[in-house]
Design a protein around this ligand. Structure first.
Ligand code: CS2
Length: 475
């Protein structure tokens, strides 16, 4: 970045009061929820400033603090980039530096909503059953220590402080890609609260609100080259911009404590009574094909999703997954045409201005597969050769060696277990069986259902490679 550029700084526009605490601030929320909240205040007012927290590391805070938490959101479309400066984050904490301060901030009477993007693994639950994992080291710690480490721990301790102070609870609004995400976070909070203080759990169960949401916008991790891209466009040096596609969607179950929320409907958020059909559509159609393309695309040597679908074989593969395997398991949300939704998805994937790494999407597969692929496979009443191949692709990927013999940097909370299971035998059928026996990921029912075809797909992958295996599915 040219050194002479002035740094991005915050305008002197009046600041609203803080009404929202966000846990797990990453690029996605800054490019999605934060922009909606900022637009809603510009239209309808309200004290909905955001106090953000990182659950683990100080990086984002350290980059944003010198620019008073203002940042550039760069919209990258196929026809060019546009930029806007977002000024909605009022302060930022790094939870491990001072957990008590974060609990106190969440218990402030002005705070009405706690939003979360802590990723699938942040809920510390068993993805196959939905139960809170009481043996998770952070949860085991949070059971007895009032200075929490986990997201459920912060929610419970802050709700405990509010109850003790005679305050109403905040609404817990999760923005993570999990089915029934409101119920998932509610269960994690209630399971933990129950183990700490059953009366607290009873109060949260009756007074608390945990609306489910469907969130959607493709926001790749910001890369070093993006800082130059933003600087060239804006003439300002921003240490932590976000890059996002033009498309966005947010569907929220309209169930907030005392009805208190920003005027989100005014800025295009869909407030509905039942989010489930939207969630299933998005998780299975978008995230399911995203992960399938990520594993198979990576193995075929593609760096990004747009590179992957630029190959007509992979574009046809995505179309096949939607029309033949995924859509038949779905009920369309009212007013949505699933075939048209699929057409839009492919255009979004093709957007060459978004460099979303297959490696990034491949991360945390053990936490993602159940809701993205295995639900479809459980519900399917006809064979799903594309998804069998995608599951086999994940198995090949977590083995840690690519098609040219190079090492794969597998990032997953279960990475060591996955490698051990994969290395435990030489015969492909035994490797597949060992991975399918992982009950954190595969239910017995789905494992039994897909064992034979996934084994066959895995063998094809080994002998022919990912691209040829995809072509075979399309024959
Ligand atoms: C992606 C998602 O990284 C991933 O696993 O599939 O982050 C995806 O880009 C978003 O869910 C789109 O809304």
């Amino acid at each position: 970045m040219p050194a002479e550029l002035p740094p991005l700084s915050r305008s002197d526009a009046p600041r609203p009061g803080v009404g929202i605490v966000h846990l797990g601030l990453g690029a996605f929320f800054r490019a999605h929820g934060a922009i909606y909240v900022s637009e809603s205040m510009a239209k309808s007012g309200g004290d909905w400033g955001i106090l953000a927290a990182s659950i683990k590391s100080p990086g984002t805070r350290d980059s944003l603090a010198p620019q008073s938490y203002a940042y550039t959101a760069l919209e990258a479309g196929p026809d060019g980039d546009t930029a806007q400066v977002i000024e909605v984050i009022e302060d930022m904490f790094v939870a491990p530096e001072d957990p008590a301060a974060l609990v106190t901030a969440m218990a402030d009477p002005g705070v009405k909503i706690v939003t979360l993007t802590v990723t699938e693994k942040g809920y510390c639950h068993n993805p196959a059953t939905g139960d809170l994992n009481l043996a998770h080291p952070d949860i085991a710690h949070d059971l007895t220590d009032p200075l929490p480490r986990s997201a459920p721990g912060f929610l419970v301790r802050a709700l405990q402080a509010r109850r003790a102070a005679g305050l109403r609870p905040f609404t817990v609004l999760t923005c993570d890609n999990l089915p029934h995400n409101g119920s998932v976070v509610r269960k994690a909070v209630l399971d933990l609260a129950q183990a700490i203080d059953p009366d607290l759990a009873a109060w949260i169960a009756t007074e608390g609100r945990f609306p489910s949401t469907m969130v959607d916008r493709i926001v790749p991790a910001t890369k070093p080259a993006d800082l130059d891209r933003v600087a060239a466009l804006t003439g300002r040096a921003d240490a932590a911009p976000v890059i996002h596609e033009p498309f966005r969607q947010w569907v929220i179950e309209d169930d907030f404590v005392d009805g208190l929320r920003p005027d989100l409907a005014a800025v295009g958020v869909e407030l509905v009574t039942d989010v489930a059909p939207f969630e299933l559509m998005k998780l299975r159609m978008l995230n399911g094909t995203h992960s399938s393309l990520a594993y198979l695309g990576y193995l075929a040597g593609h760096e990004t999703i747009s590179d992957t679908v630029a190959d007509p074989v992979f574009a046809d593969f995505a179309r096949h997954l939607w029309s033949t395997e995924i859509i038949p398991t779905l009920t369309a949300p009212e007013g949505t045409d699933l075939n048209a939704y699929a057409d839009v998805l492919l255009e979004r994937y093709k957007n060459p201005a978004i460099r979303h790494l297959t490696w990034q999407i491949a991360m945390d597969g053990s936490q993602k597969l159940p809701q993205r692929m295995l639900g479809t496979l459980t519900d399917a009443t006809t064979p799903c050769p594309g998804l069998y191949l995608a599951v086999a692709g994940w198995m090949r990927y977590v083995g840690g060696v690519d098609e040219k013999g190079g090492a794969i940097d597998v990032r997953d909370p279960l990475a060591d277990t996955l490698k051990r299971l994969s290395d435990g035998s030489d015969a492909p059928a035994d490797k597949v069986a060992a991975l399918l026996a992982l009950r954190d990921v595969f239910s017995q029912q789905v494992a039994d259902k897909i064992k034979a075809p996934v084994t066959a797909a895995y063998e094809t992958l080994l002998t022919k490679g990912a691209r040829a295996a995809v072509q075979e599915v399309l024959k």
